[in-house]
Ligand binder design. Sequence first.
Ligand SMILES: Nc1ncnc2c1ncn2[C@@H]1O[C@H](COP(=O)(O)OP(=O)(O)OP(=O)(O)O)[C@@H](O)[C@H]1O
Ligand SMILES: [Mg+2]
Length: 369
Amino acid sequence: MDEWHFPRPELADHYLNLLELGISSSLAIIAPRRKGKTLFVLQDLAPLAQKRNYLPVYASLWQNINAPHEGLILALEEAVQTIDKRATLRRLLNAKIKKTTVSNELLGKMEVEFANAPAKANNKELAYLEQLLGELEKKAGKKTVLLLIDEVQHLSTSKVFDPLTHTLRTMLDKRQGRVKSIFTGSSRHYMNLLFNESQSPFYHFVETVPFPDLDDEFIAFLSSKLSEEHGIDAGHQALKKAFERLDHSPYWMMKIIAHMVTFKQTLPKAEEYILQLMEAAEGFATLAKKVRPVDRIVFLALCDGKNPFSRELMARIDRETDVKGVAPNIQRSIKRLSEANLISQTRKGEYHIEKPGLKRYLTRDGGAD
Ligand SMILES: Nc1ncnc2c1ncn2[C@@H]1O[C@H](COP(=O)(O)OP(=O)(O)OP(=O)(O)O)[C@@H](O)[C@H]1O
Ligand SMILES: [Mg+2]
């Protein structure tokens, strides 16, 4: 559904302006899963960057989840070859758009978020990576290489990836200004470990910038396309409400739209169907079974914006679970929830929910039991 892409040129322009201001040569865009990061980078940011004399290279560290260096190597090799063959980078980017869209269309895409057999990049591979970037930089001539590195949080999910993290930092540091980078990632917890921990090689190296949710203009775009091109009048307010219920995820919203268009379904019917699909695809049932009772109570309190250390909550944990309602147990629970990527904590100590839809599932009648 390529023609359904809602362009965000101002946002792309904003990020590129930040790079050009020169405060930092690296930006990090953080947003939860399925918020439209990858397609924004490929469809909006990369083309604009090209117009501004950059040579954008997109790499996903999940290309091979056990060996993130492979994704980088492949992307750099492809970019070098593209220039050698005098082919257009546009075609390369289009192929990545196609790949992302196709994988997003697979129903029940339950991605593995963590490596199950993490492989260390060896010295030869790391040297090759450095060599490739040097080569690309030369071939870029007057253009500035812009590395667009997706799923960057992956680097801090295993110690095994540390040598790669170090190499990457050194490669970029050496070329400050001549090679720029934009990182995207979906877990604040792991992104914080990567960018805000003093022992991380990326500490103070990267400027973190927010990725705002799609807003009313996106809804207006969908609403007018539905009515003009498909004769479906779903109503702006109704679409807006549905989008809110999906925690502003364009991924799930577009699934509703596709369902309405393909099967001529009403919005409520399509939404009902997609919510079920979401539960199945995200594996909420399995997740709910794995979550310990204390973690569940803490998670739901955080979803409601409540203080997890309140006396009331501690008393409840004491009453309803087999652990003591004391601060260290709550601390441990928060750590488990963060590591499982269900929540994250910002530097200011605020909590964020990283799993849209899970609260609804856990609190729905019988949902968790
Ligand atoms: N600007 C947009 N206009 C219309 N639909 C969009 C837009 N951005 C994203 N989508 C829809 O959301 C889906 C997911 O987008 P994308 O893969 O970019 O999200 P993501 O944040 O990278 O997700 P993940 O965390 O799974 O990598 C797309 O396949 C598309 O259907
Ligand atoms: Mg993505």
